[in-house]
Every structure is written in structure tokens, then in C-alpha cells.
Design a protein. Structure first.
Lengths: 764, 311
């Protein structure tokens, strides 16, 4: 491990000190030799926006085709491009979901021009725009394992009652799920706690509703989703495996509009309006099963708990000056379950949810110097109060609060170089208290560690090569160790259709998750302490991206991930004061390959994904020290996702998933402990951990969406019908041993049957 | 020479690029087919191995009157507890450097799989370490385990708590079946006079209902009833401060309440069993070397109340 770190560091040193600098390097790089002028002495920079809403467009390409020059907008929709002066140049601007635009202009010597490009949205994606946009992204950003999703790609897919972002991400190769009733993301052999989940830059610690069935993201509020399955750059840290970054809409800057969505499980609404020099976007949703059950009297008659969840998003964006943008955003969501029985004198109250708020300030110092400063506060809480009056109750109070200040600078100092540097300071507060009756608390933690990180990265782009190299240094109070994470990504354009990519990097994680196998609600985050070191991983990724046919993109990637100091929760914890009391410590590794064939253009869009993967864990105190597969180790995973635009009114969609059955531990024998004065229960003895497999998983879903006019001249409404599990294949969730019969038998617990749902969306 | 190498490199690049361009689909399909073939799962079936199960719970101040040895029963076979006892084993206990050979049976007669030591030979003492050695008659199993006996414990807050319950009669408690939630008896326990509690000592509360015919129809999940017709509830505590709720009582009539200061072995066993239900076997919580089960010890104090319904 130390050797690989040293090797990587030496490589970085070589990269920094011996790389060719400047445009000269471009002209000498075969085979894509292009006539590039000696002097790129002018700069064009600015924002790319949606012409109808004024929203900035993330990942839009701005290019000068004849000179092979280009740039891609960042998460703020900003780009900077060095161009030659004194001659006519044609700028092409494009992005997926928009019509491309062309501008012809001339620059004066040394000119720095600030512009805003407005793109017109397009309902049918043209092949050329998509392909060119994707090619330009690949040219500019040698990032491996990245997938971007726009809301338009999600809207026509089967929803299973409620459109959900994480369920769509689970359809990508390399992203697995614990079961169809879980929205947790298991990415390339990493558990959900190894993923950095960001909402407008704020970390969400348990982004789920309804006991993990749905994620916390309201699909109507989302502008862009970026998933990086591995090899993520140094601006992200504190996690071992992957990054999911969700950016919410700023809001419509030109006109007021809104959207209402009525579903079987929940309804949601969004409103966007211009305000001041920017826009305001508000959205919210709530489930209403509790209201229906209460109104019909069924809740009382059936004596069932009352449950609902809600969430809301708000974002206010203002541009106080041409070069400044301020954004204030917030998220709040809560799940609430209540059960009261007067006769039993018992009551159960559960509340859990996430709250986050962020204040972002982006400032353009110069055309080629872009800065961002943001402050985030995020809180996850889970509280349980169960039991009866008189001090017999049981209380559980778990909270993690995170106050983070981020700062970053992007310096486009040469056409082929972009320097990015930044810092992160996070003050955490972990509170965890478990108390039974009047007993002293079984656990009573109140920890306030400070996490500090700094990073620097250089992106060197010069066809056919591009290399991004950086290093992140971080550490946390309470543990005297410094994380040193060098990371490097590279791409090589083999031909106009084929690009090779590679990435090597190290990753540290200072928070561990005591994951409750039954309910994710009771997951507890804990910082490393003097008894257990931080987890760290080394990732190696090799990929190939190609355009086999016009309109198709094929990506093939292989990876190996080595993970150290992983944590597995100890069984039957009754009190814990240190990390060592709570976790076993061990190692893990994962490797595999993925194929992702995607079509983003025309009436038929979607993808075919295949993943072949191995995930292993080795803990001295688990499985007698022998290697075992975690439950989510899945050898084969196939996902087919298609949407087809039948006509102006009709869209149909389908998803088919196939996966190897989950690993599980088989009961091999029984024993009985004869307690004093008591026969004792029959105890099942498992065999080797997770040595057997449940039956393979497969499911087909269908959806149809019809567009029509409702109280309007415009086609402003859609009605969708979804059929979940069309051929009613009852997949196995888990396998249990029935000890009520002798000899004991195995019973399969089955998952959901065929389930039709419908929904209505109205825009105004 | 250099020029030749350069041309060769360029040639390979161009050739590979062209091959890849024209065979992209075939490449994808063949990779898919190949990976599906090599990606077939190998299910590793767990082989059954017979194990010796020790059930032995020593009590401070008491003789070692029951060390039970059983065999495990493979999954799929009929489980009959009367046939699993391990007979003719050599069972010995070592304490203070002296080894005692246990006898097969009980003080009142022979019972297959049970071993004991007469009270006249040995009484279990707090703070001492007792080591168990077992060798089965066929010599296949060698089992070892060790326990350190906790310090004595006694109830300290019974009278006050019962008085606080306002019942008037000290050993009779009235349970209002219309208000289960209001029934709570806080009870405290602590070391005996002059004694002490070990650091991180764990405790267990047990309620044993003798008159199970007088079952309480509680709407809350009550304790399990075992084959001996006792209704019993056990749970671990981090401190000897016990709130007794209606939920702990399975029946009206005589109920014995016990507080136990338990050793690590017993705690780790109990962590796998909650409310009579087995949560899952964890090898890390097994402290019997060469076998399974419990070689645990405890100090205990008990008192009995009479529980009657509100008239």
C-alpha cells in the first residue's frame, strides 16, 4: 500500500515538473495534428443559460471546431476559453437537451470578453448536438466513471408509485441495491456510507424516506445529477467509493411557472418565479396515506401506526452584479411515525429526517479566474421514544450536524491548463444517546471533531492527451493522522470515435457508519477516534469510450478497489464508548468490469448496462477470519432502460433488470442452550458467512405517458400509468428458517408482486 | 531506427483504432458473452461439522450442579433434546490450581449429558476463575472454557419501590389491566455490604412467573413460555437500576424477580438471545474453545411478589 502511494506521488511529481507547457505541445501531438495559431491571446468567458428559464446549463460545450479549441461549463454554468485574436472564429455552443447555437465573432489582441449564451431547449435530441457535446466533454474532462442525468431522462421511466432518483441510479452498471425495497446505493463494492451524497453541495447523511424505500430528492426540483462511480477528483473527499452530486434548479428567471404532480403515494408541487435580479424556486411533497386512513377510520379500526413523510426545497438566486451570484438554498424533510395504544399504555414515536441549508457566492475576478465560496449546514436526526409512562420507556436520539465552509478557485491560466485549488473546513457534532427507563444511558456520545482539507489540481488538456492530477490533504481532530490522497486521471483520444481513459487515486474516510441491518433509520455515524484509524482506499480504473454508431456511446470500464480499515458493526452491542466497542475492523477489495451502451438521440433513448463484479471482505473477527462476500456482492447485473416517443402525445418506457441473487448464510445446524430453570431457545448455527446465493433477481416494468391540455391552450399535463413487475415474478428478499416446525424448514420471504400505479402532472 | 519504431507505433495505433471502430459492436457483444460465462456464481455449500455444546451457568455461593453437554443437530433432521446429550465424557473444572473431576448425572440420579460436582467438594466463589475441560469418550472433541465469577449482588431498593407503588402490602402488587402503561416498579440493587462491583460489570434482570395458568392477557408482547411452563423474561442492563413494567410479567400469582451480575461469557450469550428469541449466532461471542455454548457465571439475588389483578 505504501509503495503504491509512493509510486503515485512520484508520478504526480513527474507530471507537475516535466509536463510540456503551453500550446506548443499541442502542435506536436500526433495523430490529431491541427493548425492552431501560435498565440491564443484573447479570452471569451461567461455563462451558458437556458433561453426560456434563464437557468445556467451544466456541462454545456463551447468550442471552435476549426481550431479544436473547446471548454465545458462547470457546475455554475461558467466557462472560459482562450481564443486567437484578429481573425473570424465560429463558436458552437451545445448541450444535451438543447439546440446548438453558432456565433461568428472576432477578438482584439488581449481582449477578455464576458458573454452569456442562451440555448433553446429541444424535446427531441438531435444526434449531432449530443455527439459533439459528449465528444467535447471527453476532450475537456478526462474524468472516468462519470454519468450525468437530466430530469428529462428520468421523467418517462417506470416509477413504481413514486419517481425516485436513486432508483434510476440503481439502473446504471456498477450501481447495485440491497433489494428492490431499498434505495441505498452500493457502488462498485462499496457500501452506501462510502458514497458522498451532495445536494447543492450540502452533505446528506441518510438520504432516504419510508425506511429506505425512497430517496430524499424531489424529482421536480432537480436540475442536474452527477454520479462519479470511482476515481473522483480531489475537490471531493471524505469518502472511499463514489460521489452523487445533485444540483437543484435555481428557478425560472423569466416567468412564473409551476408544476403539480399527483401520485398514489404522494403529491408534489413546484413553483418558480423571477425575483429581483434572479429567481426563486420552491418545491415540496407529502405522502397522504395517513390522512386517508384517518379520514376513513381505518387507522383506528386496524390499529395501525400513523406514518407520513414530507420534504421541501427552496432556492433563492440573485445576481447583485455582473460577476457575482448569490444563492441561498435549503432542504428539509422528515418521516414521522406514531403509534398509541391507550389500553396498552404504550406509545411509539419516531421522527427522522435531514435538514440542510447553504449560502453560495460565486464571483468572477477575471475572465479566467472563477471563485466559489459556500457555507453549508446539514443535520440528520433520528429520534425514537418507545414504551410506557412511568420511566419504563426506551429513548433513542441520534444526530449528526455538519457546518462546512468550502472555498475554491478555478484559474484558466492557459488554454490547456486549468488550475483548481480549494479548502474545506467542517465542524461536526455527533450526538448519540440511548436510554432505557431511568437507567444510566447505554450510550451517551457528544463529539465535536473538526475536519480540515485542502486540495490542488491541474487539468492539462491537449489533444490527444488530457491529464488531471491533484492531491488532497485532510485530517480530523481526535486522530493524529494526515490523509494524503494523490489522484490522477488521464485520457487519450485514439481516434475521433475512440477514447481511452485511466485513473489511479487514493481516498480517505474519517466517518464510519454503524449500519442497522433492519432499519437504515437507526444508522449511526461516528468519527474515527484513538482506537480505530480512518478507512482508506486505492482505486485503479481503466476505460474505453467509443461511438460505435451515430447516436450511440459505448463505455467499457474495468476497476480494482482496495479498501483498508473497513468497519462492520459488532453484534449485540449493549454499550459503546469507543469505536472499537462498536466496530470490527477489516479489509476489503472489489474488482470488475462494466459495459454501458447509451443512446441519447432520436425517439428511442435509453441504455443497456452490464456489470461483472466481485466484492470481498476479510475481517479477523468475522467468518473465522476467512474471506467472505458481503450480501450485495453480485456477479452479473444487467439493466435495460428504454423510452420511446410514439407520438407528440405518447411516450412509453420500460426497464428490465437481472441480477445474481444476493449472498446469504445458510443454517447448517441447531443447538439448544439449557439455561438454569429454563429449557432455552433453539439456536440456529449459520455456516460460512454468505456462502450461498438467493435465486437470481429479475423484473420488468412498463410505463406509458400521455400528454394533453388541461384548462390551457398548451399541452401542459401528462398522465402516466406504470406497471411494476409486469410478469409478476416474486423475487426473493430474504431466506428465513422456520423453527416452529420440526424439522425446521426454509421459508423464502418474497418481494412485491405486480403493481399498477398512475400519476398526473400539470404544469402552469 | 528511431524512425522505424515511431512508424511502427503509429501503425499499431492506426490499425488498432480502425479495428476498434469497425468491430465495436462485436467487441461489446463478445465481452458481454465472455463475462457472462466467467461470471457464473459458485455457491459454496457449508459442510456440517458436529460440535459439542456446553450449557453451564455457575452461581456465586452455589455448587456446580449442572454442566450439560449436547451435540448439535444438522439442519433438516428432527430435533429431540432428549437424544442430544453427550455421555461418558471426561469433564473437569480447575480452580486455584486444583482440578475437580465432575460426575455424570445430577445429585438425585443419572441424566444423560449432565455432569455435576457435589456441594461438599466445591462451592463457587466470587472473583475466582474456573476453567472447564471436556474430552468426549471418542476423543474427537476437546473443549475448553474459562469464567471469572462476579462479585455478590443484592437488592437494595425493593421495599421503597413497593411502597412507592402505593400498594400497602409489601409482597402483594396490584396490576390494573386497564392501564398496563402505568405499572412500573423501580428497583435498585448493588454490592453486598463491604463488597464492590467490577468495572464495566453488566447485569441482567429476570422475571419468572410460576402460576402460568393465570396468564395475563397483555396487549404488549409478553415474555415467552418455555417447556417447563415457566414464563420468563431476561434482559441485560448496564446498571442495577431496574424499572419493572407490566410487560415483564407473564402471569398473575407468584412471580420471582432476580437481579444477576453476569460475567462476559453470559453477557455475550445473552446478546444473541433477546426475549427468548435467538437473534443469530456470532462466533465472536462464543467463548467455548473447541465447541459452542456457554460456560458462564453470575452472582444473584431474588425476591418473590404476588401479583393480583385490580378488582
Amino acid at each position: 500500500m505504501k509503495f503504491s502511494r509512493l509510486l503515485l506521488f512520484l508520478f504526480l511529481i513527474l507530471f507537475v515538473f516535466f509536463q510540456p507547457v503551453g500550446s506548443q505541445a499541442v502542435t506536436t501531438s500526433p495523430p490529431l495534428k491541427v493548425a492552431i495559431p501560435d498565440s491564443l491571446d484573447a479570452i471569451i468567458a461567461g455563462f451558458v443559460r437556458d433561453s426560456t428559464s434563464g437557468e445556467t446549463v451544466i456541462g454545456a460545450s463551447v468550442r471552435v471546431r476549426a481550431l479544436k479549441l473547446g471548454a465545458v461549463t462547470n457546475k455554475s454554468g461558467y466557462f472560459a476559453l482562450h481564443v486567437p485574436s484578429g481573425r473570424n472564429i465560429t463558436l458552437e455552443v451545445g448541450s444535451v437537451g438543447y439546440r446548438s447555437a453558432t456565433f461568428v465573432t472576432t477578438f482584439a489582441t488581449g481582449e477578455e470578453r464576458q458573454v452569456t449564451f442562451n440555448l433553446l431547449p429541444s424535446s427531441i435530441q438531435g444526434a449531432e448536438v449530443t455527439v459533439e457535446s459528449d465528444r467535447e466533454k471527453e476532450r475537456q474532462e478526462p474524468q472516468v466513471s462519470r454519468v450525468s442525468l437530466q430530469p428529462s431522462q428520468m421523467s418517462n421511466l417506470p416509477k413504481a408509485g413514486e419517481a425516485d432518483l436513486f432508483r434510476i441510479l440503481q439502473l446504471l452498471p456498477g450501481v447495485q441495491t440491497a433489494s428492490e425495497i431499498s434505495s441505498g446505493l452500493y457502488i462498485r463494492g462499496g457500501s452506501p456510507d462510502q458514497n458522498l451524497i451532495l445536494l447543492d453541495g450540502s452533505v446528506l447523511y441518510n438520504p432516504s424516506h419510508f425506511f429506505g424505500f425512497f430517496s430524499t430528492f424531489n424529482p421536480d426540483a432537480i436540475k442536474d445529477v452527477e454520479l462519479i462511480k470511482g476515481g473522483f477528483p480531489v475537490e471531493y473527499g471524505g469518502r472511499l467509493s463514489a460521489v452523487v452530486s445533485v444540483t437543484n434548479k435555481d428557478g425560472d428567471r423569466n416567468q412564473t411557472n409551476g408544476k403539480l404532480s399527483l401520485g398514489l403515494i404522494s403529491s408534489r408541487g413546484t413553483i418558480e418565479t423571477p425575483i429581483g435580479s434572479g429567481a426563486l424556486s420552491l418545491s415540496g411533497r407529502r405522502t397522504y396515506l395517513d390522512i386517508i386512513l384517518d379520514a376513513t377510520g381505518l387507522a383506528k379500526e386496524l390499529d395501525i401506526p400513523s406514518y407520513h413523510f414530507y420534504d421541501f426545497n427552496g432556492k433563492l438566486t440573485q445576481n447583485p452584479g455582473e460577476n457575482d451570484k448569490l444563492s441561498l438554498s435549503g432542504y428539509g424533510g422528515q418521516d414521522k411515525l406514531d403509534y398509541k395504544s391507550d389500553k396498552a399504555g404504550s406509545a411509539i414515536g419516531m421522527n427522522w429526517g435531514n435538514r440542510s441549508g447553504a449560502l453560495d457566492w460565486t464571483h468572477v475576478f477575471k475572465s479566467n479566474l472563477f471563485s466559489k465560496l459556500d457555507f453549508h449546514a446539514s443535520n440528520y436526526y433520528a429520534q425514537l421514544d418507545a414504551g410506557a409512562a412511568g420511566g419504563e420507556g426506551f429513548t433513542w436520539d441520534n444526530q449528526i450536524t455538519d457546518y462546512t465552509l468550502n472555498g475554491s478557485l478555478e484559474y484558466f491560466y492557459q488554454q490547456h491548463h486549468k488550475l483548481k485549488l480549494g479548502f474545506q473546513g467542517s465542524l461536526y457534532q455527533f450526538k448519540f444517546k440511548v436510554q432505557s427507563g431511568n437507567n444510566p444511558p447505554g450510550a451517551d456520545l457528544n463529539l465535536k471533531p473538526l475536519y480540515v482539507a485542502g486540495y490542488i489540481q491541474d487539468e492539462w488538456t491537449s489533444d490527444p492527451f488530457a491529464i488531471t492530477a491533484g492531491v488532497r490533504l485532510d485530517g480530523i481532530t481526535g486522530r493524529s493522522e494526515l490523509g494524503f490522497d494523490p489522484r490522477i486521471s488521464a485520457r487519450y483520444i485514439l481516434s475521433p470515435q475512440i477514447t481511452l481513459k485511466a485513473s489511479v487515486g487514493m481516498y480517505h474516510q474519517y466517518l464510519k457508519l454503524a449500519s442497522n441491518p433492519t432499519l437504515s433509520v437507526f444508522d449511526v455515524w461516528l468519527p474515527v477516534d484513538s482506537t480505530q484509524a480512518s478507512s482508506y482506499a486505492t482505486q485503479y480504473i481503466l476505460g474505453l469510450s467509443m461511438i460505435p454508431f451515430e447516436g450511440y456511446i459505448l463505455e467499457i470500464e474495468g476497476y480494482y478497489k482496495d479498501m483498508r480499515n473497513l468497519a462492520e458493526i459488532r453484534p449485540g452491542i449493549i454499550s459503546g464508548h469507543t469505536l472499537n466497542d462498536v466496530f470490527f475492523l477489516g479489509n476489503g477489495w472489489a474488482y470488475g468490469g462494466e459495459i454501458f451502451l447509451q443512446r441519447q438521440v432520436g425517439n428511442l433513448t435509453g441504455w443497456l448496462g452490464y456489470a461483472l463484479a466481485w466484492t470481498r471482505r476479510k475481517f479477523p473477527d468475522i467468518n473465522e477470519g476467512e474471506t467472505f462476500a458481503p450480501t450485495y456482492d453480485r456477479r452479473n447485473d444487467v439493466n435495460l432502460v428504454l423510452t420511446y416517443r410514439l407520438s407528440d402525445r405518447w411516450n412509453v418506457g420500460t426497464t428490465f433488470v437481472y441480477g445474481t441473487g444476493q449472498a446469504y448464510s445458510q443454517t447448517t445446524a441447531f443447538m439448544q442452550i439449557r439455561e438454569p430453570e429454563y429449557q432455552g431457545p433453539l439456536l440456529a448455527i449459520p455456516g460460512k458467512k454468505n456462502s450461498l446465493r438467493l435465486p437470481s433477481y429479475h423484473r420488468l416494468d412498463l410505463s406509458a405517458t400521455y400528454s394533453f391540455s388541461l384548462f390551457s391552450d398548451k399541452r401542459n399535463a401528462t398522465f402516466d400509468i406504470d406497471i411494476y413487475n409486469v410478469y409478476n415474478h416474486r423475487n426473493t428478499w430474504t431466506r428465513q428458517v422456520d423453527q416452529t416446525v420440526n424439522p425446521a424448514q426454509i421459508n423464502d420471504i418474497k418481494l412485491l408482486p405486480i403493481l399498477p400505479t398512475f400519476g398526473l402532472q400539470v404544469s402552469f | 531506427m528511431i524512425k522505424t519504431v515511431k512508424n511502427l507505433v503509429i501503425g499499431v495505433k492506426v490499425l488498432s483504432a480502425k479495428m476498434l471502430e469497425h468491430s465495436a459492436l462485436w467487441l461489446a457483444l463478445s465481452t458481454l458473452a465472455l463475462s457472462t460465462l466467467i461470471g457464473c456464481d459458485e455457491a459454496v455449500n457449508s459442510d456440517y461439522e458436529e460440535q459439542i455444546v456446553v450449557s453451564a451457568f455457575l452461581f456465586e455461593g452455589q455448587p456446580i450442579d449442572s454442566v450439560v453437554l449436547d451435540r448439535t443437530v444438522p439442519f433438516g433432521e428432527f430435533f429431540d433434546a432428549s437424544t442430544t446429550g453427550v455421555e461418558d465424557a471426561k469433564v473437569s473444572v480447575t480452580v486455584d490450581g486444583k482440578t475437580y473431576q465432575l460426575l455424570e448425572g445430577t445429585a438425585s440420579g443419572y441424566v444423560p449429558g449432565r455432569y455435576y460436582l457435589p456441594a461438599s467438594d466445591l462451592i463457587v466463589t466470587a472473583g475466582k476463575t474456573y476453567e472447564l475441560q471436556v474430552v468426549t469418550a471418542d476423543g474427537k472433541h476437546h473443549v475448553k472454557a474459562s469464567t471469572r465469577v462476579p462479585q455478590p449482588i443484592r437488592f437494595t431498593g425493593i421495599i421503597d419501590s413497593l411502597r412507592r407503588a402505593g400498594q400497602g402490602i409489601m409482597d402483594t402488587v396490584v396490576l390494573d389491566t386497564n392501564l398496563f402503561g402505568g405499572f412500573v416498579l423501580p428497583i435498585t440493587a448493588g454490592p453486598t455490604p463491604g463488597g464492590f462491583a467490577e468495572p464495566n460489570q453488566k447485569y441482567m434482570i429476570q422475571v419468572l412467573s410460576y402460576d402460568t395458568l393465570k396468564k395475563i392477557n397483555t396487549p404488549i408482547q409478553g415474555p415467552p413460555v418455555d417447556t417447563a411452563s415457566f414464563s420468563r423474561y431476561s434482559f441485560l442492563q448496564t446498571a442495577p437500576l431496574v424499572p419493572l413494567s407490566a410487560r415483564l410479567f407473564g402471569a398473575f400469582g407468584r412471580n420471582r424477580i432476580a437481579i444477576l451480575a453476569v460475567d462476559t461469557n453470559w453477557v455475550d450469550y445473552q446478546r444473541q438471545v433477546v426475549n427468548g428469541r435467538f437473534l443469530g449466532y456470532h462466533p465472536s461471542l462464543n467463548h467455548v474453545e473447541g465447541g459452542m455454548g456457554v460456560w458462564g457465571s453470575a452472582a444473584r439475588d431474588t425476591f418473590t411478589i404476588y401479583l393480583k389483578p385490580k378488582e
